[in-house]
Ligand binder design. Sequence first.
Ligand SMILES: *Cc1c(COP(=O)(O)O)cnc(C)c1O
Length: 394
Amino acid sequence: MNKKALTIENNDKTYIANTYKRFDICIEKGEGAKLYDYDGKEYIDFSSGIGTLSFGVKDNEWINAVTNQINLIQHTSNLYYNEPQTKLAKLLCEKTGMKKVFFSNSGAESNECAIKTARKYSYDKYGEGRYEIICLENSFHGRTIATLSATGQDVFHQYFMPFVDGFKFAKANDNKSVDDLISNKTCAIMLETIQGEAGVNDLNEDFIKHIDELCKKHDLVFIVDEVQTGNGRTGYFYSYMQYGVTPDVVTTAKGIAGGLPMGAILFSDKVEHTLGYGEHGSTFGGNPVCAAAAYSIISRIDDNLLAHVKEMGAIIRERLTGVKHVKKITGKGLIVGIQFDDAVTNLDICKKAMDNGVICLTAKKNLRLLPPLSITKEELNLGLDRLIKTIEEA
Ligand SMILES: *Cc1c(COP(=O)(O)O)cnc(C)c1O
């Protein structure tokens, strides 16, 4: 590491709360899916800021959208109407058929809003006591107390007790396990169609359709957490769309605004009026700069881009299949999970891959790839050359 990077690392360790176990690299700049550290070393980016840099870095359309808005006004507050928010909300509704949008600043906040919506819907219609939300084991819904309560992983249920009451956990891809948890207290079912943080675990189409039917049969609020899978990541605008199901609440964040903090909660006609005046709010939610950034991202997620995502995803799967140590490849489009045999560990491969010039992510015991949606074939193949070499030498 050069002197500047070392100073940054030292100041980080001295002044920043110790909640992140950082990798030993410091990125200075980049272009597209190529990143450069302070030594000028090049990396192919298979992480895109954990799925946020949908069109990579130094994306001119995004830069223009953001700077144009900053030059007009950087913030107004939610007490007044603002154009970027309305343009974005209209676009999201047109692309999904959903009826209304609430803007937040993160994935966790989006899920908080979804939880409030589900409970309020049920309260309005059925009165008190119908508040339970069925989530899945190995889910991840965020770091706030309520979204941690909704997260089906024991490691997240330590220290911060008491957690929020009213969350039950069913087994993914096990219809009966969900059926068994439904009672007259249930108000909602919440899931990710692919469990990203849990290691990129795919849910079956049959299971997702079953949940959709259950929600309709029992008048439950069907919440789909598209924070990681949304905004084109799977090769579909939102991942649920490929299954022909109709959720009542869709939550998203990560890739929606190209790296600026932004979350969105989409409401179907069933719950579009559930949250009324004063019942939810956010100081920064839908900030004009973030909304303009998101509009520039969302308006470019068209059929061409989705076809590109599918094509790039197919190349990854084709090239990794049969590679030494690779046991199984999961996910869809440009969310990819790689399971290894016991001879290697994901963390070791992730670190060595960085040495070899490709930045990946881990998720539980697997390697996880979330390249920018706009990654070119050349960038992708160069990154895969480096990754495959790393795995084979591990
Ligand atoms: C990342 C993630 C979250 C949390 O998002 P934050 O923006 O970190 O609050 C919630 N749900 C899923 C599925 C995620 O991948």
